[in-house]
Write a new protein. Structure first.
Length: 107
């Protein structure tokens, strides 16, 4: 168990070195690192944080003012499909609303 924690701490320490280097190169800029990881690596990094976050396919941490985003492989494509489906539904609903016959009751 301790070996696992040591390797996990190594990941966070290395990320801290990377973010520190980014701050040194661009001290006035805002930094954002994005990693798309295979499930094994994603879970390894995710295990360093709260257990409640285990079901998420994306999470963000802030290290020294640099945002580091971890995305599970395939998550981006999944989101693109969802967005496209929503856009099609919205367009279809707009089309139906525009061209739907409306009748008024005669009294």
């Amino acid at each position: 168990m301790e070996q696992n924690k040591e390797s996990s701490l190594g990941i966070l320490e290395k990320l801290a070195l990377i973010t520190d280097g980014i701050q040194n190169i661009f001290p006035d800029g805002k930094g954002l690192l994005i990693f798309e990881l295979k499930e094994l690596d994603f879970k390894k990094v995710q295990s360093n944080f709260r257990k409640i976050d285990e079901n998420f396919k994306k999470f963000t941490i802030d290290i020294s003012g640099i945002e580091v985003v971890f995305i599970l492989e395939g998550y981006i494509e999944e989101k693109k499909k969802d967005t496209t489906k929503k856009e099609k539904r919205n367009f279809l609903q707009m089309f139906i609303n525009i061209f739907r016959k409306r009748s008024k009751l005669s009294i």
